[in-house]
Design a protein around this ligand. Sequence first.
Ligand SMILES: COc1ccc([C@@H]2N[C@@H](C)[C@@H](O)[C@H]2O)cc1
Length: 450
Amino acid sequence: SLTLEYGAHRIGKRTDQMMETWRNYGLGQFIHWGVYALTGGHWDGEYYSGAAEWIRSWDKMPKDAYDQLYKSFDPKNYEPKAWAKQAKEMGAKYMIITTKHHDGFSLWPSKYTDYDVTNSPYGNDIIGPLVEAYDAEGIDVYLYFSVMDWSQPGYRVSLETEEDRTAYEDFKAFTRNQLIELLELYPSAKGLWFDGTWDEAWKEQAVFADELEKEMRAMIPGLIIGSRFRPDDYGNRHFDSNGDLMGDYEQGWERKLPNTYEDTKGNDWDAVMTVPENQWGYHSDWRGHVKSSYELIEMLVKSVSLDGNFVLNFGPDGQGNIRSEEAKLAKEIGDWMKVNQKAIYSCGYLNWQKQDWGYYTQSREDGKIYMVVFNQPLDGKLRVKTADKVILDKVYPLENPGMILTPELIQKNEYFIPVIMDQKWTSPYVIVVESSSTDEDKNGGFQKAK
Ligand SMILES: COc1ccc([C@@H]2N[C@@H](C)[C@@H](O)[C@H]2O)cc1
């Protein structure tokens, strides 16, 4: 392997308590909010088919017009407490807020730019009250920060000239100043979620990024930072030039999920997901496929079954309203979580063979195994192939622990679990399997429930 000064500084998962807490979240909420929300994905009556938060890059969007939008930013309906309550009801255990997206508009009072909320009609800090409201609901807060900042004179895609390099030094200092400022203002933040680090200019900054990451980690012990922040000695992010994970968890799953445990490389990871195909910021006219709560619950369960967290995106409008489609999803997901959360929180991957009916999760606290059923077989028999030397001690529906299900032995370590046929299931349900290991290879494989 290569000798790297600025590659991964740790091999394998973090084992400290703060990371264990992160690993056990299961469900998170992403919030994309900024002046782009004022456009709602339209300009001058024209529909923008790209991701709404990228509308400034649209050739039909006059840049100076976009850059004046902040003078209209005055979200009368912004209610951070209501947002936090809704997220609590949904069952989110953490929330990631865009403090600054690619356009550079800072949602907190920043000493380092005039392009921030204090110079908008709204005038007040957006981030502070949001952090307080989510902390009060017991939902951990993480700060999204885009290194790419179109508003900054020193920002560069690549460093071609001496002038570029001089300007970029100012940009690096500005970037550091804002990040230190954020951690000083909001020390209850548990981590940072970086974006906008794909430019060549940034990928040459292995030394600077490493020193800055060390400085931030020293400010908040246990701070959790993903794989998209630092470039290594050769400019590689996410995985260094030896293939080792940069940062504390893999951030590569954006609008997509791993399909097998092997895809996750055994790392911690999060998947961040839009409700439409590709809209993070508010777009008033969602076109194409809009995901249902059923689809999103399956993505959540699949993520947890593969040792990841699932982060669902919300894009409030320019007045600070949560749109009705998102409110409905929060309610529907929350209703499901209220009944089935034991299969999600503090759960992760189980090495039993994946079956068509759905997903296994296993509690990291008491070892209980959860079968989350999405595709009930027509014959009502759920095939279960355990790992070797496993005994099924007790099997029952999570919603009805008194209803003991008796597995039918098919062959060694393989059973049919009879599902509850008398109920017309309309949403995914959970069966609990209490199992124990045996050192002999018992053919019987299971004991009658005690
Ligand atoms: C294809 O390039 C990009 C670049 C940035 C993004 C940003 N990352 C997401 C988390 C959103 O913030 C989106 O704007 C998406 C695709």
